[in-house]
Design a protein around this ligand. Structure first.
Ligand SMILES: O=C(O)CCC(=O)C(=O)O
Ligand SMILES: [Fe+2]
Length: 261
Protein backbone atom coordinates (compact mmCIF):
# COMPACT_ATOMS: atom_id res chain seq x y z
CA UNK A 1 0.00 0.00 0.00
CA UNK A 2 2.97 2.36 0.13
CA UNK A 3 2.29 3.32 -3.48
CA UNK A 4 4.40 4.62 -6.33
CA UNK A 5 3.07 7.19 -8.76
CA UNK A 6 2.78 5.97 -12.32
CA UNK A 7 2.39 9.54 -13.62
CA UNK A 8 3.40 13.03 -12.51
CA UNK A 9 0.21 14.67 -13.80
CA UNK A 10 -2.88 15.52 -11.80
CA UNK A 11 -6.14 14.00 -13.05
CA UNK A 12 -9.80 15.08 -13.04
CA UNK A 13 -12.11 13.22 -10.62
CA UNK A 14 -13.29 9.91 -12.10
CA UNK A 15 -13.90 6.45 -10.67
CA UNK A 16 -10.47 5.41 -12.00
CA UNK A 17 -8.47 8.43 -10.80
CA UNK A 18 -10.04 8.28 -7.33
CA UNK A 19 -9.21 4.57 -7.01
CA UNK A 20 -5.65 5.33 -8.17
CA UNK A 21 -5.34 8.09 -5.57
CA UNK A 22 -6.33 5.68 -2.78
CA UNK A 23 -3.61 3.30 -4.03
CA UNK A 24 -1.20 6.26 -4.27
CA UNK A 25 -0.65 5.71 -8.00
CA UNK A 26 -1.42 9.32 -9.05
CA UNK A 27 -0.13 12.50 -7.33
CA UNK A 28 -3.43 14.44 -7.19
CA UNK A 29 -6.98 14.77 -8.41
CA UNK A 30 -8.46 18.17 -9.10
CA UNK A 31 -12.16 19.11 -9.24
CA UNK A 32 -12.14 22.28 -11.29
CA UNK A 33 -14.93 24.76 -10.71
CA UNK A 34 -16.13 23.03 -7.53
CA UNK A 35 -17.63 26.38 -6.48
CA UNK A 36 -18.68 29.52 -8.35
CA UNK A 37 -16.78 32.81 -7.98
CA UNK A 38 -19.70 34.15 -5.92
CA UNK A 39 -19.54 31.13 -3.58
CA UNK A 40 -15.76 31.58 -3.23
CA UNK A 41 -16.11 35.26 -2.37
CA UNK A 42 -18.86 34.56 0.17
CA UNK A 43 -16.81 31.76 1.74
CA UNK A 44 -13.63 33.87 2.01
CA UNK A 45 -15.56 36.78 3.51
CA UNK A 46 -17.28 34.51 6.05
CA UNK A 47 -13.98 32.79 6.95
CA UNK A 48 -12.28 36.12 7.65
CA UNK A 49 -15.04 37.13 10.01
CA UNK A 50 -15.25 33.72 11.74
CA UNK A 51 -13.87 32.72 15.12
CA UNK A 52 -10.23 32.10 14.23
CA UNK A 53 -7.67 30.15 16.29
CA UNK A 54 -4.04 29.18 15.59
CA UNK A 55 -2.39 25.75 15.49
CA UNK A 56 0.43 25.08 17.91
CA UNK A 57 2.96 25.27 15.07
CA UNK A 58 5.17 27.86 13.46
CA UNK A 59 4.67 29.64 11.05
CA UNK A 60 1.19 30.38 12.34
CA UNK A 61 -1.73 28.68 10.59
CA UNK A 62 -5.09 30.22 11.37
CA UNK A 63 -8.11 27.94 11.49
CA UNK A 64 -11.79 27.68 12.29
CA UNK A 65 -13.05 24.35 13.64
CA UNK A 66 -10.70 21.77 15.14
CA UNK A 67 -7.91 19.40 14.20
CA UNK A 68 -7.31 15.96 15.64
CA UNK A 69 -3.60 16.87 15.47
CA UNK A 70 -4.09 19.11 18.51
CA UNK A 71 -5.39 16.15 20.55
CA UNK A 72 -2.65 13.68 19.77
CA UNK A 73 -0.55 13.72 22.87
CA UNK A 74 -1.58 13.30 26.52
CA UNK A 75 -5.30 13.91 26.06
CA UNK A 76 -8.24 11.60 26.56
CA UNK A 77 -10.26 10.81 23.45
CA UNK A 78 -13.38 12.13 25.15
CA UNK A 79 -11.89 15.67 24.98
CA UNK A 80 -11.86 15.52 21.20
CA UNK A 81 -15.49 14.36 20.89
CA UNK A 82 -16.67 16.87 23.49
CA UNK A 83 -15.10 19.68 21.45
CA UNK A 84 -16.69 18.56 18.16
CA UNK A 85 -19.93 20.25 19.22
CA UNK A 86 -18.14 23.56 19.83
CA UNK A 87 -16.17 23.36 16.59
CA UNK A 88 -19.32 22.66 14.55
CA UNK A 89 -20.96 25.70 16.13
CA UNK A 90 -18.01 27.84 14.97
CA UNK A 91 -18.09 26.44 11.45
CA UNK A 92 -21.84 26.83 11.02
CA UNK A 93 -21.94 30.61 10.50
CA UNK A 94 -19.28 30.32 7.77
CA UNK A 95 -21.29 27.69 5.90
CA UNK A 96 -24.59 29.51 6.47
CA UNK A 97 -23.10 32.64 4.87
CA UNK A 98 -21.73 30.74 1.85
CA UNK A 99 -22.25 27.04 1.09
CA UNK A 100 -21.33 23.65 2.52
CA UNK A 101 -18.16 22.38 0.80
CA UNK A 102 -18.08 19.23 2.98
CA UNK A 103 -21.56 18.08 1.91
CA UNK A 104 -20.74 18.92 -1.72
CA UNK A 105 -17.46 16.99 -1.54
CA UNK A 106 -19.21 13.94 -0.06
CA UNK A 107 -21.70 14.06 -2.96
CA UNK A 108 -18.96 14.32 -5.57
CA UNK A 109 -16.90 11.47 -4.08
CA UNK A 110 -19.97 9.25 -3.55
CA UNK A 111 -20.66 9.53 -7.29
CA UNK A 112 -17.35 7.82 -8.12
CA UNK A 113 -17.09 5.33 -5.24
CA UNK A 114 -19.19 2.24 -4.59
CA UNK A 115 -19.24 2.13 -0.76
CA UNK A 116 -20.64 4.64 1.78
CA UNK A 117 -18.88 8.00 2.20
CA UNK A 118 -19.55 10.12 5.30
CA UNK A 119 -18.21 11.78 8.42
CA UNK A 120 -16.43 9.29 10.73
CA UNK A 121 -17.90 8.04 14.03
CA UNK A 122 -16.22 6.80 17.17
CA UNK A 123 -18.13 3.96 18.89
CA UNK A 124 -19.71 5.34 22.07
CA UNK A 125 -18.30 8.86 21.61
CA UNK A 126 -19.95 10.34 18.53
CA UNK A 127 -19.03 11.94 15.23
CA UNK A 128 -15.64 13.24 14.24
CA UNK A 129 -15.24 16.85 13.20
CA UNK A 130 -14.78 17.26 9.41
CA UNK A 131 -14.10 20.53 7.60
CA UNK A 132 -11.36 22.72 8.98
CA UNK A 133 -11.16 26.21 7.53
CA UNK A 134 -7.54 27.33 7.15
CA UNK A 135 -5.89 30.62 6.39
CA UNK A 136 -2.34 29.51 5.62
CA UNK A 137 -0.77 32.42 3.75
CA UNK A 138 2.60 31.86 5.47
CA UNK A 139 2.78 28.22 4.47
CA UNK A 140 2.75 24.86 6.27
CA UNK A 141 5.93 22.91 7.02
CA UNK A 142 6.76 19.45 5.73
CA UNK A 143 4.49 16.88 7.37
CA UNK A 144 2.52 13.71 6.72
CA UNK A 145 -1.00 12.72 7.73
CA UNK A 146 -1.74 9.03 8.34
CA UNK A 147 -4.05 8.03 11.19
CA UNK A 148 -2.58 4.57 11.95
CA UNK A 149 0.52 6.45 13.20
CA UNK A 150 -1.04 9.78 14.22
CA UNK A 151 -4.04 8.61 16.24
CA UNK A 152 -3.51 4.93 17.12
CA UNK A 153 -6.14 4.99 19.90
CA UNK A 154 -8.96 6.21 17.63
CA UNK A 155 -11.19 4.15 15.31
CA UNK A 156 -9.81 6.00 12.28
CA UNK A 157 -6.48 4.21 12.96
CA UNK A 158 -8.06 1.24 11.14
CA UNK A 159 -7.87 2.99 7.75
CA UNK A 160 -5.45 1.69 5.13
CA UNK A 161 -5.35 4.81 2.93
CA UNK A 162 -5.67 8.50 3.79
CA UNK A 163 -6.44 11.30 1.37
CA UNK A 164 -6.56 15.01 2.09
CA UNK A 165 -8.93 17.27 0.16
CA UNK A 166 -8.98 21.05 0.21
CA UNK A 167 -11.35 23.50 -1.38
CA UNK A 168 -9.72 26.84 -2.09
CA UNK A 169 -11.90 29.92 -1.87
CA UNK A 170 -9.12 32.49 -2.29
CA UNK A 171 -5.46 32.18 -3.23
CA UNK A 172 -2.33 34.29 -3.17
CA UNK A 173 -1.16 36.16 -6.26
CA UNK A 174 2.39 34.95 -5.46
CA UNK A 175 3.36 31.72 -3.66
CA UNK A 176 1.16 29.35 -1.69
CA UNK A 177 1.73 26.23 -3.77
CA UNK A 178 1.68 22.77 -2.22
CA UNK A 179 4.40 20.20 -2.91
CA UNK A 180 3.72 16.50 -2.36
CA UNK A 181 6.61 14.01 -2.14
CA UNK A 182 6.08 10.42 -3.25
CA UNK A 183 7.76 8.95 -0.18
CA UNK A 184 4.89 7.42 1.85
CA UNK A 185 5.46 8.10 5.53
CA UNK A 186 6.57 4.92 7.33
CA UNK A 187 8.09 5.93 10.68
CA UNK A 188 9.55 3.36 13.03
CA UNK A 189 7.49 3.57 16.20
CA UNK A 190 7.70 1.75 19.49
CA UNK A 191 4.35 0.32 20.68
CA UNK A 192 2.19 3.08 22.19
CA UNK A 193 4.42 5.83 20.86
CA UNK A 194 3.11 8.60 18.57
CA UNK A 195 5.80 9.79 16.17
CA UNK A 196 6.55 13.37 15.17
CA UNK A 197 4.70 14.04 11.92
CA UNK A 198 5.21 17.80 11.55
CA UNK A 199 8.41 19.50 10.42
CA UNK A 200 9.75 16.17 9.21
CA UNK A 201 13.48 15.86 8.48
CA UNK A 202 14.19 16.63 4.80
CA UNK A 203 16.11 13.35 4.61
CA UNK A 204 12.73 11.57 4.61
CA UNK A 205 11.91 12.97 1.18
CA UNK A 206 15.40 13.17 -0.30
CA UNK A 207 15.37 11.87 -3.86
CA UNK A 208 11.58 11.42 -3.93
CA UNK A 209 9.55 12.45 -6.94
CA UNK A 210 7.51 15.59 -6.32
CA UNK A 211 4.26 17.07 -7.49
CA UNK A 212 3.40 20.73 -6.95
CA UNK A 213 -0.13 22.07 -7.23
CA UNK A 214 -1.57 25.55 -7.33
CA UNK A 215 -4.45 26.14 -4.88
CA UNK A 216 -6.60 27.80 -7.51
CA UNK A 217 -9.67 29.52 -6.12
CA UNK A 218 -12.83 27.57 -6.95
CA UNK A 219 -11.08 24.20 -7.15
CA UNK A 220 -10.77 21.18 -4.89
CA UNK A 221 -7.47 19.32 -4.90
CA UNK A 222 -7.24 15.82 -3.38
CA UNK A 223 -3.96 14.01 -2.71
CA UNK A 224 -2.70 11.01 -0.75
CA UNK A 225 -1.79 12.61 2.58
CA UNK A 226 0.51 9.80 3.68
CA UNK A 227 2.96 11.35 1.24
CA UNK A 228 4.87 14.10 3.07
CA UNK A 229 3.72 17.52 1.84
CA UNK A 230 4.37 21.19 2.47
CA UNK A 231 2.81 24.50 1.57
CA UNK A 232 5.02 27.38 0.46
CA UNK A 233 4.30 30.71 2.06
CA UNK A 234 3.87 33.79 -0.05
CA UNK A 235 5.56 37.17 0.33
CA UNK A 236 3.85 39.36 2.95
CA UNK A 237 1.68 42.31 2.04
CA UNK A 238 -0.47 40.68 -0.64
CA UNK A 239 -4.05 41.77 -1.02
CA UNK A 240 -5.43 38.22 -0.88
CA UNK A 241 -5.02 35.22 1.43
CA UNK A 242 -4.74 31.49 1.02
CA UNK A 243 -8.17 30.51 2.35
CA UNK A 244 -9.66 27.06 2.15
CA UNK A 245 -11.46 24.25 3.91
CA UNK A 246 -10.64 20.57 3.92
CA UNK A 247 -10.59 17.26 5.71
CA UNK A 248 -9.11 13.81 5.46
CA UNK A 249 -10.78 10.85 3.80
CA UNK A 250 -9.80 7.42 5.14
CA UNK A 251 -10.66 3.98 3.81
CA UNK A 252 -11.95 1.66 6.52
CA UNK A 253 -11.59 -2.15 6.44
CA UNK A 254 -15.19 -2.45 5.09
CA UNK A 255 -14.15 -0.05 2.25
CA UNK A 256 -16.41 2.73 3.49
CA UNK A 257 -14.80 6.18 3.45
CA UNK A 258 -14.75 8.29 6.61
CA UNK A 259 -14.05 12.00 6.87
CA UNK A 260 -12.39 13.88 9.72
CA UNK A 261 -10.09 16.87 10.23
O1 LIG B 1 -3.56 23.41 1.91
C1 LIG B 1 -3.00 22.50 1.30
O2 LIG B 1 -2.72 22.58 0.08
C2 LIG B 1 -2.64 21.22 2.02
C3 LIG B 1 -2.95 21.28 3.48
C4 LIG B 1 -2.62 19.99 4.21
O3 LIG B 1 -1.58 19.84 4.78
C5 LIG B 1 -3.58 18.87 4.20
O4 LIG B 1 -4.68 19.00 3.64
O5 LIG B 1 -3.25 17.81 4.77
FE1 LIG C 1 -1.43 17.81 5.67
Amino acid sequence: MAGTWTTLEEAPLTRESFAALLENRVPAVRIRGFATPAECAAFARAARSGEIKHYSVSPPVAYIGMAQYEYRWDRPKADYFRDVVIANAKLKPVLDASFDPVARLIERVSAVYDAPVGVGREPGLGEYYAGIVRIASQGIKLHADFAPFNSPAYSNAAIDAQLGWNFFAESLAVGGKTTVYNAPWTPTVAPGEIPQSYDLPRAQVAGARTFTYAPTAGDVVIFNARNPHEVAGGPAGQSTDRIGIGSFIGRMPDRSLVLWS
